[in-house]
Design a protein around this ligand. Structure first.
Ligand code: NZQ
Ligand code: ZN
Length: 386
């Protein structure tokens, strides 16, 4: 096992009816900016619950943060934070609203002239404005981690940011919110959380037995609940397990002491930036070809995954590894998610070259757990996913 530090300061408040507890978590006398997305919270009762819980505070609302939170929209919110002397941020939404809020928490205290530099110059945030979240869409794990991904439509770019100053102070996880989520977004949440686990697991063994079994147990739980989550009837028990699995998949725990990959996400973000494809779907497009191109480096772990998660018992190590890749693609398809770029756009010619060029220009000589996935290999991976 590799050396590691682990600290996660986010308080989780989990369960039915817990949104009202926001009241106890926000500092007395705070001036709150409540941030939300395109309006789903006004249709499913979440807005009323949050407003009631905030009745003792001075609150300004900022709605309209789009999926793949957009820099220009966030800059309007930043202006409000500054002119209204806001002291606390409350994100009510999915990964996009929470990530947008993290950007604002960072930008509000940033000393430089151009907040976009936080993203392009990889400036880590050690101190941010305090914020909490009410999660409405299980998927990203953003409610209990310190990362965010921000989009700039103008330049078709999407960059990650983060730092120890960007953990939410608290996050309310009420599985009842899952009731109103469209099936397409449920499928996205299942695929995104599944891939988060894979990114931290499908590397090479460092004999971290507990981390491996944590990862495998999250994968097995997601596989087990997926069919129930995609049914029309709402199932609170499945929704609870779904929500907690998504959080545990990316709250830092399973990535400690083990190598991490994240190449699928790095390439996937480019597909969202270029074509607006849902984040989770970009991962489903890239996973198979990434594992195929990097089979040699990942085959022990792929075979272990095939055996322990999918009960593949027959075949050589290499055959089991390939079966693991096939099972993963079949799982994405079982969620109703297409796994080829051509399923999403007709305009895919040249995508591989464009992404490879962008990585070269950014000086990303090699990504993945060993830093061995060069821009040339990225080109091959994307081409294979057409
Ligand atoms: O905007 P509203 O009207 O609220 O509708 C949203 C949005 O259209 C809707 N929705 C959310 N909760 C709902 C609901 N509809 C009905 N009922 C509810 N309870 O769902 C749509 C998608 O929301 P969004 O927040 O965009 O989805 P998700 O949580 O999947 O977030 C995706 C973003 O997170 C980033 C992605 O790149 C993408 O930008 N990620 C963030 C990560 C992190 N911070 O750790 C890691 C991930 O890998 C990911 O990159
Ligand atoms: Zn993701």
């Amino acid at each position: 096992m590799n050396n590691f530090d682990f600290q996660n300061p986010t308080k989780i408040i989990f369960g039915k009816g817990e949104i009202e507890k926001i009241t106890n978590e926000i500092p007395e006398g705070a001036k709150v900016l409540m941030l939300f997305g395109g309006g789903s919270i006004k249709k499913n009762g979440v807005y009323e619950q949050v407003s009631k819980a905030l009745s003792n505070f001075e609150v300004i609302e900022f709605g309209g943060i789009p999926a793949n939170p957009e820099y220009q929209v966030l800059m309007e919110a930043l202006n409000i934070i500054k002119t209204e002397n806001i002291t606390f941020l409350l994100a009510v939404g999915g990964g996009s609203v929470i990530d947008g809020t993290k950007f604002l928490a960072s930008a509000a205290l940033y000393k430089g002239d151009e907040p976009w530099d936080i993203l392009t110059k990889n400036i880590r945030t050690f101190e941010g404005m305090p914020f909490g979240t009410v999660l409405t869409l299980p998927a990203t794990g953003s409610e209990m981690n310190s990362g965010a991904v921000i989009t700039r439509a103008e330049t078709k770019e999407k960059f990650a940011m983060g730092g120890p100053g960007l953990f939410p102070q608290f996050s309310i996880l009420d599985p009842e919110v899952v009731k109103s989520i469209p099936k397409r977004q449920i499928a996205n949440g299942l695929a995104d959380s599944f891939t988060h686990v894979l990114e931290q697991y499908m590397t090479y063994s460092v004999d971290a037995k507990l981390q491996d079994r944590f990862a495998e147990s999250i994968l097995q739980t997601i596989i087990e609940i997926a069919p129930t989550m995609l049914k029309d009837e709402f199932d609170y028990k499945a929704a609870s397990n779904f929500m907690w699995s998504c959080t545990m998949a990316l709250n830092g725990l399973i990535q400690k002491g083990v190598p991490n990959d994240w190449a699928i996400h790095a390439i996937g973000h480019e597909l969202t930036a270029l074509y607006g494809i849902d984040h989770a779907r970009t991962l489903a497009i890239i996973t198979e070809s990434h594992y195929t191109v990097n089979l040699e480096d990942k085959k022990e772990k792929l075979a272990q995954y095939a055996e322990r998660v999918w009960n593949v018992t027959e075949g050589t190590l290499e055959e089991k590894a390939k079966a693991g890749i096939e099972k993963t693609t079949a799982f994405f398809k079982s969620l109703g998610i297409d796994t080829k770029l051509s399923d999403y756009t007709e305009d895919y010619n040249g995508t591989a070259q464009e992404i490879s060029k962008r990585f070269t220009e950014r000086g990303w000589k090699g990504i993945g757990e060993k830093g061995k996935v060069t821009p040339e290999m990225v080109e091959q991976i994307v081409e294979m996913s057409y």
